[in-house]
Write a protein that binds this ligand. Structure first.
Ligand code: FES
Length: 99
């Protein structure tokens, strides 16, 4: 099911924001080059807020203990933790997320 969850203008490039999608907490990231990714909101290690983490074009660093997760797959890089990812796209400025 596809959900319109907000405007991409809410997320400055290079940052992430949390959204509640029917009770599911999702972090949406807007990279500096304009790509958009969505993952679970909380780090599986100890619940760090991933939307507040440092990002690059391909990954986010958890702000609590620096675990790194790939946006494309949710796989941990250098850790055996991994996170859920969601298909997301932007149409005319609206973020559309698949659950
Ligand atoms: S809570 Fe994310 S690395 Fe510890």
């Amino acid at each position: 099911m596809e959900h319109a969850i907000g405007s991409i203008a809410q997320i400055p490039p290079g940052e992430g924001r949390n959204f509640d999608v029917g009770g599911l907490r999702v972090a949406v990231f807007h990279t500096r080059s304009g790509k958009v990714f969505a993952t679970q909101a909380d780090c599986p290690h100890r619940g760090g807020p991933l939307a507040d983490g440092l990002t690059d074009e391909d990954s986010v660093v958890c702000p609590l203990h620096d675990r790194v997760y790939a946006f494309a797959t949710g796989a941990g890089i250098g850790t055996d933790c991994s996170i859920a990812t969601y298909a997301v796209r932007v149409d005319q400025g609206t973020i559309l997320l698949q659950t």
